[in-house]
Design a protein around this ligand. Structure first.
Ligand code: ATP
Ligand code: MG
Length: 399
């Protein structure tokens, strides 16, 4: 048993000593079996939330209505979730409620895919109700039970299947795949943020090519905002990235490349529909712009100033992966030439200007500072206060 599980064993034992059942469940069991690095260790138990809270000293209610209690152990914390079933899905979004149950089997039945429905007992025994071990061996993603029903209950599972195919290098079992195609329209009913998370994970996965292949072949894109009818554009991503050894370094880089291939004109408008943060949108836009400039002319110091170094580094990665005949080797030199990284590094500010010229604040300050900023960035004016004041004095005289 890996160390992450061993560390959590005392919790399982405590629950068992109190007369309940407890198992490791979910993605961590799958990942251990695949010899992948595990992140969060999830524990499922027959104890009801109140019972879990009574057993452990330090607990936090993090999702008690879903049966999840966070238990603070010595050097870690664990989510312990009561065995549960999910009630009818009213709006295709979320179960209308959960029912706590005492039997593990019922809990495993509600899980999405056979490889996500293992339970691991404290003695190392694997409970495999749906032949997930065979699917693991054959590298297959297969819905638990009747695929049609499972995707009809929760369409997010369609995105999850695609995402797991990308992260695990698994194929999607035929009936499961067919059911995904049939129920894909239901994705229009679930919140875009949830789809974003899955598509984002897909793009930044090790086997993103496989994930994207399945994404295209399933035609799921036809039910996501901004992607309707974009088959050819999505295919271009696979075609244009020549290197087999390319992985998107960040989500922003992946989405910038998606938007480039979709020939999106306005990144902001597109990403608004995906409800992402302003910060994310800005970073994506910067990479997109840096890439677009490179197709037209060599990068200049002023570009670097405008969009930031990171954007160029990520754009460079994309251009290299496309094996385009574009020389980006000057990027480090450009960076060295950049006199300031932001306005705050200018050796001037409004207060100094007002004092020096004995004038009141007003629009003139902003205008002059912008002019100075541009000149400094372009290397036409030195970033020292004396030089800047001299320049400003001349400008004011010309007014
Ligand atoms: P990851 O490695 O990304 O954390 P995971 O399989 O652990 O993958 P989680 O979202 O952490 O995924 O969910 C934990 C477990 O809960 C899953 O393994 C699965 O058994 C179950 N699960 C999660 N989301 C769903 C869903 N939408 N429908 C059914 N079961 C789900
Ligand atoms: Mg998980």
């Amino acid at each position: 048993m890996p160390v992450e599980f061993q560390q959590a064993l005392p919790l399982i034992n405590t629950l068992k000593e109190a007369g309940y059942e407890a198992y490791f469940v979910g993605g961590s069991v799958r990942d251990v079996l695949l010899k992948r690095r595990i992140h969060d260790v999830d524990i499922a138990t027959s104890a009801y939330p109140e019972e879990v809270k009574a057993i452990f000293e330090k607990t936090i209610d993090i999702g008690i209505e879903h049966g999840t209690v966070l238990v603070l152990a010595e050097d870690s914390q664990y989510e312990i979730t009561t065995f549960r079933t999910e009630d009818v899905y009213v709006d295709y979004r979320r179960p209308s409620g959960v029912t706590f149950v005492r039997r593990l089997e019922e809990d495993l039945l509600r899980r999405d895919f056979t490889i996500n429905a293992f339970a691991l007992a404290e003695d190392g025994q694997i409970i495999d109700k749906f032949d997930g071990l065979t699917d693991l061996e054959n590298k297959l993603i297969r819905a638990v039970g009747v695929a049609d029903e499972r995707f009809n209950e929760d369409a997010l599972r369609i995105m999850r299947a695609l995402r797991f195919s990308a992260s695990l290098d698994f194929d999607i079992e035929e009936k499961t795949f067919e059911a995904m195609k049939v129920h894909a329209p239901l994705l229009e009913k679930i919140s875009i943020e949830r789809s974003f998370i899955e598509l984002d994970k897909l793009l930044t996965s090790d086997y993103w090519r496989k994930g994207l292949r399945n994404f295209i072949d399933s035609k799921v894109y036809n039910h996501l905002t901004g992607l309707v009818g974009k088959e050819a554009q999505l295919e271009n991503i696979l075609k244009n990235i020549k290197s087999d050894y390319f992985w998107f370094t960040t989500s922003e880089q992946a989405w910038a490349y998606l938007l480039i291939n979709l020939e999106v004109e306005n990144c902001k408008d597109f990403l608004k529909k995906w409800n992402v943060s302003n910060e994310f949108t800005k970073k994506v836009t910067n990479i997109y712009e840096a890439y677009k400039i490179a197709l037209e002319r060599v990068w200049e110091v002023k570009d670097l100033y405008k969009y930031g170094f990171d954007a160029f580094m990520y754009a460079e990665g994309l251009l290299e992966a496309e094996e385009r005949d574009i020389d980006t080797s000057l990027l480090p030199q450009l960076t060295m030439k950049l006199p300031i990284k932001s306005k705050s590094e200018l050796n001037i500010n409004g207060q100094v200007l007002m004092n020096h010229f004995n004038r009141q604040g007003g629009i003139w300050i902003g205008q002059l500072i912008s002019e100075v900023e541009e000149l400094v960035v372009n290397g036409q004016l030195e970033n020292n206060q004396e030089a800047i004041l001299e320049y400003v004095e001349k400008e004011l005289k010309e007014e």
